[in-house]
Design a protein around this ligand. Structure first.
Ligand code: DLL
Length: 432
């Protein structure tokens, strides 16, 4: 079964008409239900009736991650909590989470969009799929899960963290598909090889996302596992996984643009750029009820192509991501901002605020080392004292990031000082 055959194969004019109708309704909805948007529109003398179609979208204000943080936790919700049936959240610079809420209808549309993506990867009801994104506040696990259930596949909710169990079950259950981050899948391929299981698996498709990866890495995964790997994109503010995915031709990711209207913005002027030009991606959620967002700036860099794809789908395609405009790192699928380390170290008096993050990829798993400088006042070369301090800081960082890091205490004044902008990150990961 092909999901949403109608929506993905509409003519461009039909799609524009649908988007226009939905935008007009959305603007009226947020004006009357979200004080934040009402005030923003009033500030520029804009009334809902001024938005007559998608061509008027540029009259509307942008929304940023900071707006979500400033309205933490539920300030941007458009419905009372009695209508919200699920909450997800992602971490941010200040440690304050970005919180999103879904109504029953939002969850239905989310699973529909993920089902479309799985269908692009030719995954259906006869497949056994291991979901190896993290379950919990992160949208990856539960998001992929409900889409896979919707399409009728047999879902194995693995989550992350136990590669050996995953590979054993992959063989024992005869899993034919997997959804996880691409770096994790490379690691899995090594575990399978080390255990001599590569020729015992029945895997044929992977749906990978949540972090940047390249065509080269896709080929590497496909060759190692003898499968087809697809790129799935999404972000919690807009929905989670399933905002876009690539089909068998891998010429960009088809956007579910009947639900999420994409714009590509010039990074300096924030005005929309033409097709094929790289800029910052922004989304307007056309059908969301719980937390509808207008012109949400994703900070992700990509370009758009609205021509009909060889697969027959007419939905707009965004190119593989070229990076982000901010400094967020994605380490083992977790969003990490350098300033989170800074904030965590402020409370440890034995060290200075100078630190350096060294990110690497060993055996296809991301590693993070944090070098922390001893305060001269606490200078000691006593091994046990250093060991105790290392343990303490390791715990502080784990609490702050939700991610384990190797902590290395270095001598006072040994970290390089900067005269301009401070450099806190060395990212040695080489994308294939
Ligand atoms: O990562 C949702 C997701 C889960 C997508 C599972 C795909 C698979 P967040 O934690 O909010 O949500 O992080 C969103 O991750 O703005 C991008 O910078 C990055 N990202 C997500 N998918 C891709 C991808 C989930 N396919 C942020 N390629 C986004 C490159 C991606 N970057």
């Amino acid at each position: 079964m092909i999901w949403n055959e109608t929506k993905e194969c509409m003519s461009r004019d039909e799609m524009t008409a649908l988007q226009s109708k939905r935008l007009v309704k959305l603007v009226d909805y947020v004006y009357h239900n979200v004080e934040f948007y009402r005030k923003k529109m009033q500030a520029v003398d804009l009334m809902p009736g001024d938005i007559k179609g998608i061509e008027d979208i540029t009259k509307l204000p942008f929304t940023t991650k900071d707006d979500l943080r400033d309205n933490y936790p539920f300030g941007l919700f458009a419905v009372p909590n009695s209508e919200i049936v699920r909450i997800h959240a992602s971490s941010g610079t200040t440690g304050k989470a970005t919180v999103v809420g879904y109504t029953r209808k939002d969850l239905d549309i989310w699973s529909e969009c993920v089902a479309r993506c799985l269908s692009m990867a030719n995954v259906g009801k006869d497949d056994i799929i291991q979901i190896a994104y993290g379950y919990g506040l992160f949208t990856g696990g539960l998001g992929a899960h409900s889409g896979a259930e919707k399409i009728g596949a047999t879902v194995v909710p693995m989550s992350t963290g136990n590669s050996k169990k995953l590979t054993t079950m992959m063989v024992d259950f005869g899993a034919t598909a997997i959804a996880c981050t691409p770096s994790y899948l490379l690691h899995i391929s090594e575990v399978l090889a080390a255990e001599g299981l590569l020729d015992k698996i029945k895997l044929r498709a992977a749906i990978c996302g949540a972090e940047p990866w390249t065509e080269k890495m896709r080929h590497e995964i496909e060759t190692r596992l003898n499968i087809t790997a697809h790129d799935i994109y999404g972000l919690s503010e807009i929905m989670g996984p399933g905002v876009a995915c690539d089909c068998q031709y891998h010429r960009g990711l088809h956007v579910c643009e009947d639900h999420f209207y994409p714009e590509i913005l010039d990074t300096a002027t924030l005005t929309p750029v033409g097709e094929g030009v790289t800029g910052e991606l922004a989304f307007t959620t056309l059908t969301k009820e719980g937390i509808p967002l207008i012109r949400y700036r994703t900070k992700d860099l990509t370009s758009i192509d609205r021509s009909v794809c060889e697969c027959g789908r007419s939905s707009a395609r965004i190119s593989r991501f070229k990076g982000r405009v901010d400094d967020m790192l994605i380490i083992r699928g977790v969003n990490v901002f350098p300033s989170q380390i800074e904030a965590a170290l402020v409370d440890v008096e034995e060290v200075t605020p100078h630190y350096m993050m060294i990110v690497d990829r060993v055996n296809n798993l991301d590693t993070l080392e944090v070098q922390v400088e001893l305060d001269q006042r606490y200078y000691t070369d006593e091994v046990r004292a250093i060991e105790a301090l290392t343990k303490k800081i390791t715990h502080v960082i784990q609490q702050a990031l939700g991610l384990s890091a190797k902590v290395k205490i270095v001598e006072p004044q040994s970290l390089k000082r900067s005269e301009g902008k401070a450099v806190h990150v060395v990212d040695n990961r080489k994308l294939y």
